[in-house]
Design a protein around this ligand. Structure first.
Ligand code: FEO
Length: 393
């Protein structure tokens, strides 16, 4: 992909990774991703903002063939998908220095063995003159590592944010054209990467939006030329109030738990409560993460395997626990053969969430009439709790 002009003297660079399907050996990428870098050529100095994943260094180096000089490489984030090719850039431009936050400096040295003598650190709010352009560095920690920062090109009102506001989406669109598609990709990104830092992201959101912003240019996915789209979405996702929604991840081995899940989902729907149901044997874990962004309640459906929950349920519970969504209520439903400690173990696995647990419904073998009545009571209880707290759909 060739470089693309954004404004006079400002170009998109980087690589579109169409076929990558897994990130950090953990996160599914159904739509690939991109590693966006940006070149800003001022009247006196030239800056490269971020780089690309080491697997695509050759793409960036090809784009830099017609760039005779780079004075600074701004490393907004030390993770390898943006900083991994900086050593090659420094090799080509022997006079270039790397700019990062003080915290980022140590991480770049540790992770990429960058020579300390070629590094410059910037404080929050510090500016760099490029001649006719000015770049302001805004510390935005924990989006999603401690060293992350954003950069604001004052004259053009462009905000560069690296992972913050990003979306894992491979596309030839320089700007957002299909809002629904980018919305889902950005929400998935938020859910999997940013959600554990929701409170600090609230602060970072307030901080960066004090500037007048004409575009937000992240380092994954398309550029937001209508920045209110993603700012409003983030404000909704990081808000304190969940929606009247239930997430129901489950596994069923012989059909009993599945029968209970189907019954409870129907009962909740009768109350007007939206339910996101996920069979964990087939679900994309990113879809589960997306559903956790807004939900007020999680109900885990599990059979019993050696007294505890099914291992896939253990994984999903642990994932919810570390992603720290704004869930308020929890419960467990399922079937067991002769004994179970599923409820206690799931409560332990989700301790970060500080859930109020509602009465579980566990039955021995196939569910019977009294079990369906208990599921009705659980649905009533969930609907009542959501209503009492004023959660809306
Ligand atoms: Fe896109 Fe945290 O790296």
């Amino acid at each position: 992909m060739k470089t693309r002009r954004i404004r006079e003297g400002v170009r998109w660079m980087g690589a579109v990774d169409w076929d990558r399907r897994l990130f950090d050996s953990l996160i599914p990428l159904p739509d690939g991703t991109s590693y966006n870098a940006y070149l800003i050529e001022g009247s006196e100095k030239t800056v490269l903002l971020d780089a690309v994943d080491p697997t695509m260094t050759d793409v960036l180096m090809f784009q830099l063939e017609d760039v005779p000089r780079i004075d600074y490489v701004v490393a907004q984030h030390a993770e390898q998908d943006h900083a991994g090719s900086i050593p090659e850039v420094l090799e080509k431009y022997q006079d270039a220095h790397v700019i990062s936050t003080p915290r980022g400096k140590g991480m770049l040295i540790d992770l990429l063995c960058i020579d300390e003598g070629r590094m410059i650190t910037v404080e929050d709010g510090e500016t760099l003159s490029l001649g006719d352009r000015t770049l302001e560095f805004i510390h935005t920690p924990w989006v999603h590592w401690p060293e992350t920062m954003s950069s604001y090109l004052e004259e053009e009102r462009l905000l560069f944010t690296c992972d913050f506001f990003g979306s894992h989406l491979a596309t030839t669109d320089l700007y957002v054209t299909e809002e629904w598609r980018v919305y889902e990709a950005a929400k998935r990104y938020y859910a999997e990467i940013m959600m554990p830092f929701r409170r600090v992201i609230q602060k970072n959101l307030d901080k960066v939006t004090q500037r007048e912003i004409e575009m937000i240019a992240p380092s994954h996915g398309p550029i937001y030329d209508q920045p209110a789209f993603i700012i409003d979405a983030y404000r909704d996702w990081v808000s304190e109030e969940p929606k009247s929604e239930v997430v129901l991840p489950y596994v069923s081995m012989h059909g009993s738990t599945e029968k209970m899940v189907e019954y409870l989902v129907s009962a909740l729907a009768q109350h007007g409560v939206k339910v996101h149901q996920f069979d964990l044997t087939v679900t994309d874990i990113g879809k589960l993460a997306i559903a956790l962004v807004d939900a007020a309640t999680i109900v885990v459906g599990t059979p019993t395997v050696h007294v505890g929950p099914h291992p896939l349920v253990v994984y999903a519970s642990h994932l919810a626990n570390i992603l720290r969504p704004k869930l308020k209520f929890g419960s467990v439903i399922g079937s067991y053969g002769w004994s179970t400690r599923a409820v206690e173990q799931i409560a332990d696995l989700t301790s970060n969430l500080k859930l109020e647990f509602l009465d579980p419904v566990l039955c021995e073998g196939y569910p019977r009439e009294e079990d369906f009545r208990a599921l009705d009571a659980l649905a009533d209880d969930i609907a009542k709790k959501h209503q009492e707290h004023g959660f809306s759909g």
